[in-house]
Design a protein around this ligand. Structure first.
Ligand SMILES: Nc1ncnc2c1ncn2[C@@H]1O[C@H](COP(=O)(O)OP(=O)(O)O)[C@@H](O)[C@H]1O
Ligand SMILES: [Mg+2]
Length: 231
């Protein structure tokens, strides 16, 4: 089964020439993909389409055999809450909530995520705590407000939040740009290990070629994107 299948996708921001013109792209379920490209090439725009935050003007975008681009805005919001984990470049944590409560946020908006955890015989709180510990936070840090944590720790909280409740797809937009090489490698290894346990498909955006060896598929956006090739 394909996790992502794109055909003849066109997307333009209002009043601009097309940012994305992608004849075709497929990602298999469980595959890990590194998406690279220069600044301004449309990486974050493509992720916003994959997450259903924006929709293409034409063409099709299927996620796990759901015709994602045909869903209503409301249906896409529901699908995203249940099935997509998103790690933002700036993490988007709630500063005064604890690491644990930040990690639990994704589950609060999705009964499906809570059900998947219950099926494993656990609670959201126990699973989040275990995940944060595996990501290297100690029991004191887990209770601390997010704004008192280091950048590296905040990033781990963002990863736990995205992965809690076993989403089908994990999207990460340059989440390692603030980390040094050693922390970056450990983080990616853990992220991929946690993802593979749930057969989560991973799309990881970076401009850093040094990370290629961790991923199954390597994509340079400008080779997928005809709009990029023309400009
Ligand atoms: N919210 C937006 N509104 C209008 N134009 C945007 C918006 N976001 C991005 N763009 C434009 O789309 C192009 C691609 O940007 P982006 O997807 O952020 O690239 P990347 O993530 O590869 O750096 C740029 O020309 C940028 O100015
Ligand atoms: Mg970007």
């Amino acid at each position: 089964m394909h996790a992502v299948s794109i055909e003849n996708l066109l997307f333009s921001w209002a009043g601009q020439r097309p940012t994305l013109d992608i004849p075709g792209w497929q990602i298999k379920q469980g595959e890990t993909v590194l998406l690279r490209g220069p600044s301004g090439s449309g990486k974050s725009t493509l992720l916003s389409l994959l997450a259903g935050i924006n929709t293409p003007q034409s063409g099709s975008l299927n996620l796990f055999e759901t015709a994602f681009s045909n869903l209503s805005g409301r249906q896409r919001d529901r699908y995203r809450a249940d099935n997509i984990g998103y790690i933002f470049q700036q993490f988007n944590l709630l500063p005064y909530l604890s690491a644990l409560d930040n990690a639990l946020l994704a589950c609060q908006f999705s009964k499906k995520r809570r059900q998947r955890i219950a099926e494993q015989g656990s609670s959201a709180e126990a699973t989040a705590t275990e995940m944060l510990q595996r990501l290297g936070l100690n029991s004191t840090q887990i209770e601390q407000p997010a704004h008192t944590l280091s950048v590296g720790q905040q990033q781990r909280v963002a990863a736990a939040r995205a992965l809690l409740g076993a989403p089908k797809l994990l999207i990460a937009d340059e989440p390692t740009s603030a980390l040094d090489a050693e922390h970056r490698d450990t983080f990616i290894q853990l992220l991929l290990e946690l993802s593979s346990q749930n057969n989560t498909t991973v799309i990881f955006v970076t401009h850093d070629a040094a990370l290629s060896s961790y991923f199954d598929q390597h994509v340079e956006l400008n080779t997928l994107n005809q709009a990029g090739a023309q400009s």
